[in-house]
Design a protein around this ligand. Sequence first.
Ligand code: FPP
Length: 250
Amino acid sequence: MTTQQADSTAQSADLPAAITAVPYHIGIIMDGNGRWAQARGMPRLAGHQAGVDNIRRILEHCVRRGVKVLTIYAFSTENWRRPPDEVSGLMRLLGLTIQRQLNELNRNGVRILHSGRMEGINKHLQKQIMHALEVTKNNDRIILNVAFNYGGRAEILDAVRHIIQDGIPPEALTEETLSSYMYIGELPDPDLIIRTGGEWRLSNFLIWQAAYAEYYTTPTFWPDFDEAELDKALIEYSHRERRFGRVLNP
Ligand code: FPP
């Protein structure tokens, strides 16, 4: 889907009065795990483990607030450049997380999706990912879209390659068609992109889909980004005027 997504209607009974608009789709750049760990004299991987633990807390709060899709940036195509220990640690963490949490996620109605390239991921982990997608495919409480081995430029490149392979003529190509060739073509565009850890950049995350997203950044490191922090982002989002290029009151 392309731009101009309507916000989901805020239906949650316990919605604070200050949250007047709930994004249908939130994307999160979960930055700051390494610095969180270093500040505690711990190895960087301990920060990533704390980051994984936090996903659950935020996912649950998203359900509470009525968010329908959460996309998390877990491993980028550029993250292969990190020290080999950290790369293999992140791979192992995804496998362990699927192993330990899949049943509970499934019981709680979470549908898992994967955005990214399978090539490069080891065969065993690929199987675990495919299994998680298959087991949860009929769930509809919330979608957890895990961007793993994901890059926005790689995604656009892959889409263009498939479009050419399918023989779509240039004059027939529309924004909607290109959107439908993204890794998860049926997902609505993100309404809100949150970046923790204090940086102000997109780092190749959903660069096509986030064209009209609202941005929110906080210095808080990802493992410390709790329910109250998410509510702060939702309150800020509630104050944004989304115009999608239009004039609202001409
Ligand atoms: C950035 O922190 C974080 C990442 C590289 C991705 C986030 C990864 C996780 C939360 C864990 C893996 C997730 C799954 C689902 C297995 P950073 O290392 O860049 O932190 P820094 O900027 O403080 O160094």
